[in-house]
Design a protein around this ligand. Structure first.
Ligand SMILES: [Zn+2]
Length: 290
């Protein structure tokens, strides 16, 4: 760690976090990619930058309320997502920023547990703007490619993908993609990643990518309740029949996963049951009142 002399005590304190950060990120994404070279941090007069093997850091040496230095972790995660796997076009820049941002949440998951992970994701949610698609097309310059949504919305797309395909497949993909010889220390595109996910899950997820990566507006669902026999029926519908993301619904405190083939799903519930859609914040979508 190369810090200004007047910041030595803070820098020494922060530096103690580094081995644990490398260990946790290594657990999720595979061994630190530049072991034979180095891992350095250099104090800089700006927030941070992910130079290969050398993180530039300038964020006051303060931990966030989740107990870690977010900038140090984010820039370090870029050693995998940015420096080991690198995009060749600005259009794909979410492969760097969304994954480094999501790495922050994974760190919380590993060190503080799932409840805190969900709280960390929830904290990002108001920072999503939906003004432009995450992947905007070729021949952009960096000014236009860099929107907040490639960070926070991108991280939420990964969070939602985790709900869709499950922890085992999702975490396996996050580990194996940057270690695949086609992409490790090479370039990758959004299509490389989405093809990788589809090959691993054996599913055509075109509807998922189309809505979350190539469309600005979020998917929206409606909920209707009606009497059905002695109980009630809950009907859920997406605003697009090709969008098939299952919806988490809590009925009387019990969480259900409602399948949404052709954008529609139903759940029979006891009369008067207390219903809450997505109480934990697992999917990126707008409800009837959003
Ligand atoms: Zn970044």
């Amino acid at each position: 760690f190369w810090a200004l002399p007047e910041h030595e005590p803070q820098a020494r304190r922060m530096w103690k976090e580094a081995p644990h950060i490398l260990e946790v990120l290594g657990h999720y994404f595979g061994e630190y990619p530049f072991l034979k070279d180095k891992y350095w941090v250099v104090e800089a007069p700006y927030l941070g930058m992910e130079h290969q093997t050398l993180v530039a850091y300038g964020d006051n040496f303060t931990d966030n309320s989740f107990g870690f230095d977010g900038i140090l972790l984010h820039e370090t995660a870029h050693e995998w997502w940015g420096n080991k796997v690198t995009v060749s076009d600005w259009a794909d820049f979410w492969l760097h920023e969304a994954f480094a941002t999501y790495a922050e949440a994974l760190y919380v998951d590993a060190t503080s547990g799932h409840e805190r992970y969900l709280a960390y994701m929830k904290r990002m949610r108001p920072r999503i703007h939906n003004k432009k698609p995450i992947v905007q097309g070729k021949n952009l310059d960096s000014i236009h490619a860099y929107t907040g949504d490639i960070y926070f919305k991108g991280a939420w797309v990964l969070h939602t993908l985790r709900w869709l395909i499950g922890d085992e497949a999702f975490l396996g993909i996050l580990h194996d993609f940057p270690n695949d010889p086609r992409y490790a220390y090479r370039h990758a595109t959004t299509k490389d990643f989405t093809d990788f996910v589809e090959a691993r899950t054996g599913r055509d997820l075109g509807w998922f990518w189309k809505r979350y990566l190539y469309t600005a507006a979020l998917p929206r669902y409606t909920v209707t309740r009606s009497a059905s026999g002695k109980g009630e029926k809950l009907q859920l519908a997406w605003d697009d029949p090709s969008f098939e993301l299952p919806i988490p619904v809590s009925v009387g405190g019990q969480l259900h996963r409602v399948a949404m083939p052709q954008g529609h799903g139903e759940l029979v519930i006891p009369a008067g049951a207390e219903v809450e859609v997505d109480p934990e914040g697992l999917i990126l979508a707008k409800g009837p009142t959003d």
